[in-house]
Design a protein around this ligand. Structure first.
Ligand SMILES: [Fe+2]
Ligand SMILES: [Fe+2]
Length: 135
């Protein structure tokens, strides 16, 4: 599992959202380090809960921006946010209660889903917002 680094494919072109994505990646890296260093379930759970809280806030911010600007892809985007959050909550539950759960593999699939979303759907609202003066 490698550290997540900022790259061009992750930039959406809206400053506040790019900043939030950076914070999310930092939080995921922190989580990865905790797992690599063999931190206990409790500590990993705590970091994951923090990541979930921040994710909720971030998804809400994006949805507000899309809603206010009348973005056509809002419903699809919101549905994907919903499924990512559901996956995160399920992972958090497994980390907290699952016996013999491999933390590394849970984290890996979480990160994959997240990055796929940032490099995929998140790229679509940037130009739309930019055209309406939001940078
Ligand atoms: Fe995002
Ligand atoms: Fe998003």
């Amino acid at each position: 599992m490698t550290l997540l680094t900022w790259n061009h494919a992750c930039t959406v072109g809206v400053r506040a959202m790019d900043d939030q994505h950076g914070i999310l990646m930092d939080a995921m890296n922190e989580l990865r380090l905790a797992v690599v260093h063999g931190c206990g379930r409790e500590q990993v759970s705590e970091l994951l809960d923090r990541l979930i809280e921040f994710t909720r806030m971030h998804f809400w911010s994006e949805e507000q921006l899309m809603e206010q600007s009348g973005f056509h892809g809002l419903a699809e985007h919101r549905a994907q946010h919903h499924s990512i959050l559901a996956q995160m909550l399920q992972s958090a539950h497994r980390v907290q209660y699952g016996e013999g759960v491999e933390l590394g593999s849970i984290l890996c699939s979480l990160r994959e889903g997240y990055i796929e979303h940032i490099e995929g759907l998140d790229q679509q609202y940037g130009p739309w917002l930019n055209e309406r003066g939001v940078h």
